[in-house]
Design a protein around this ligand. Structure first.
Ligand code: G6P
Length: 604
């Protein structure tokens, strides 16, 4: 995982590269570097640490030139040091390379290159690319890259420059790479936000594509050298949408965007009259015998929620796995299995590989995805876009809520198709879904209350989150948010399971967040709250507005508006996002770029 940018044109490349890297910092922020063709030749400046460190260094050492490449790193092979930062250059400094991904056979390549006299300056897998290209180079950089890649196994988005050729040459397999098309200038980046200040016309490179980019144009070929035609896509995201919009953090901005995200996800798809949802999928719901849901992190919890709904409404046996487990457990799949991969980025390698596993075994495939043009969208037969817009905060919020809404729509649609959900039942759910944007807006008004609770508990060492049925995934997501951005240890448990172990943890120091909204298991959850209280635990309850019982039992209550119990997680997760956010801010954490994490994990 890393962020890549490239520029060739009439502006000062350094400025474009730093600006682009800033928008890609969510992909990694262990080190950063640029290589720019200056009048004196190709020059590299790179530094460990965040992009701001590099930007400072560039104030001292101005690099002026019309083309160059830049990189922000998330360390895999080799510590985040200056030498391990990209770009990597050849010994004579004429070729520079940036890379995102993993070269699986780099050790054997490195040994062979060393034996042939190459000297390495970093511990990275990426540096072998620079040396390999140098070896193959005979006056044509594109050709050299192509030949070098023939020897490489692994994942890459790679860009190379040579000081004597006014061009960027690039290739991708697995890791994303997008070309931005301008007038008299062209761009390259790992992701669209880096291109938006300059152009909306982009080409998403596919696996195995190589590109030669000059000021005037773009040439794309496959690894064998055959020319390829790739579609030019017009991006409809505004730059403003990809930036903070006045909030102190992207995460907070994204939490506040959730009402309109829900409008986007649901809007135009709900058909209350018919009691159905228009998803434009080519699925024959009656032909399905089972569903496997695969995802990672926050998306995995959306998958778990989806399992409950798919079984409840469509009565299809549904298994749910984190993708890294799914891939290696030899799942039982046949052509009557629908594999659903859920992913914000569409680039998470575990999810992609899990999906490929299901596909290889004959499953039908569906992606529930945010990022248009991402790798996953090209590997699945059907895509259900969640339309959450660009999500920059490393901790996922608005994508989660949109994933929940998408899974709920899918379950209604399949339930109607199979006749397991009545028209009236569907109508009721759809009417409730229609209210969601407004209900989430109401919850956002509770921020002062949540901030007050955060103030009370932000010094706690541990937190426990409890929820049952559809609220179990909400509890897990609440704990994940807190862990990710505040670094407080937080555990989640299905509330009914608490008595089988975690109850031993409860004492007067442990805040316990309980999802206690109205629904079939409400009474049981009340008993769980009693159990916590009896042992001195501090209860923070998320309860349905107007609930008279819970305030008698819990120290703190965050009321959320009433909604159909199956949809309650969509409103209940919002206070948990806010709680994690407020606690992280009080503790002075880096909310948008928490330590050790990356937004999109394209390594296994
Ligand atoms: C990373 C991020 C998580 C995210 C997960 C899955 O671990 O830090 O926030 O939920 O990847 O990402 P995806 O893009 O596949 O939804």
């Amino acid at each position: 995982m890393c962020g890549i940018v490239g520029y060739i044109g009439f502006r000062n490349a350094t400025d474009v590269l730093i600006d682009g890297l800033r928008r890609l910092e969510y992909r990694g922020y262990d080190s950063a570097g640029v290589a720019v063709r200056t009048p004196e030749g190709l020059r590299v400046v790179k530094r460990s640490g965040k992009l701001s460190v590099l930007a400072e260094a560039l104030k001292e050492e101005r690099l002026e030139g019309p083309w160059g490449i830049g990189h922000t790193r998330w360390a895999t092979h080799g510590a985040p040091t200056d030498p391990n930062a990209h770009p990597h250059t050849t010994e004579d400094g004429r070729i520079a390379v940036i890379h995102n991904g993993i070269i699986e056979n780099y050790l054997e390549l490195k040994e062979a290159l060393r034996a042939r006299g190459h000297r390495f300056r970093s511990e990275t897998d990426s540096e072998v690319l620079a040396h390999l290209i140098e070896e193959k180079y005979q006056g044509d950089l594109f050709q050299a890259l192509r030949e070098a890649l023939m020897e490489v196994r692994g994942a890459y988005a790679v860009v190379a420059v040579h000081q004597d050729h006014e061009e960027l040459v690039a290739a991708r397999t697995v890791s994303p790479l997008v070309i931005g098309l301008g007038e008299g200038e062209n761009f390259l980046a790992s992701d669209v936000p880096a291109l938006l200040p300059y152009t909306r016309r982009v080409i998403f490179l596919h696996d195995g594509d190589l590109a030669r980019i000059t000021r005037e144009g773009v040439e794309i070929r496959d690894l064998e050298g055959n020319p390829l035609a790739r579609e030019v896509v017009e991006i409809d995201w505004t730059l403003e949408a990809a930036e903070k919009g006045g909030f102190p953090h992207y995460m907070l901005k994204e939490i506040y965007e959730q009402p309109w995200v829900l409008e986007n996800t649901l809007g135009g798809r709900l058909r209350e009259e018919e009691g159905d949802v228009e998803l434009g999928l080519g699925l024959d719901s009656k032909a399905l015998e089972r569903i496997h849901v695969i995802a990672c992190g926050t998306a995995a919890y959306a998958g778990w929620y989806g399992k409950y709904l798919l079984e409840a409404l469509a009565r299809i046996p549904t298994e749910w796995d984190v993708a890294s487990e799914y891939r290696y457990r030899d799942p039982v799949v046949d052509e009557r299995t629908l594999a659903i991969a859920i992913s914000q980025s569409g680039e998470t390698i575990d999810t992609l590989e899990g999906l490929r596993e299901a596909k290889a075994k004959g499953a039908r495939t569906l992606g529930v995805i945010n990022a248009k043009g991402s790798s996953l969208t090209r590997e699945v037969e059907d895509v259900l876009y969640i339309h959450a817009g660009p999500e920059i905060g490393v901790a996922s919020t608005k994508a989660y809520i949109a994933m929940l809404a998408a899974m709920a729509m899918l379950a209604v649609h399949l339930g109607r198709g199979r006749g397991t959900l009545s028209q009236e039942g569907a109508r009721e759910l759809l009417r409730e879904m229609r209210k969601l944007p407004r209900l989430v807006e109401e919850v956002l008004e509770k921020r002062p209350l949540v901030a007050h609770i955060a103030e009370k508990y932000h010094q706690a060492q541990d937190f426990l989150f409890l929820g049952r049925h559809v609220q179990a995934p909400t509890a897990y997501e609440g704990a994940l948010k807190l862990k990710e951005i505040s670094y407080i240890h937080a555990e989640a448990y299905p509330a009914g399971e608490m008595k089988h172990g975690p109850i031993a943890l409860i004492d007067e120091h442990l805040p316990v967040v309980v999802l206690a909204t109205r629904g079939p298991l409400y009474e049981k959850t009340l008993s769980n709250i009693q159990e916590v209280r009896a042992r001195g635990g501090k209860v923070i309850a998320i309860a349905t507005e107007g609930d008279g019982e819970i305030p008698k039992l819990a120290q703190d209550v965050i009321p959320v508006p009433e909604v159909h119990p199956l949809l309650a997680p969509i409103v209940s997760v919002v206070p948990l996002q806010l709680l994690a956010y407020e606690i992280a801010v009080l503790l002075g954490r880096d909310v948008d770029q928490p330590r050790n994490l990356a937004k999109s994990v394209t390594v296994e």
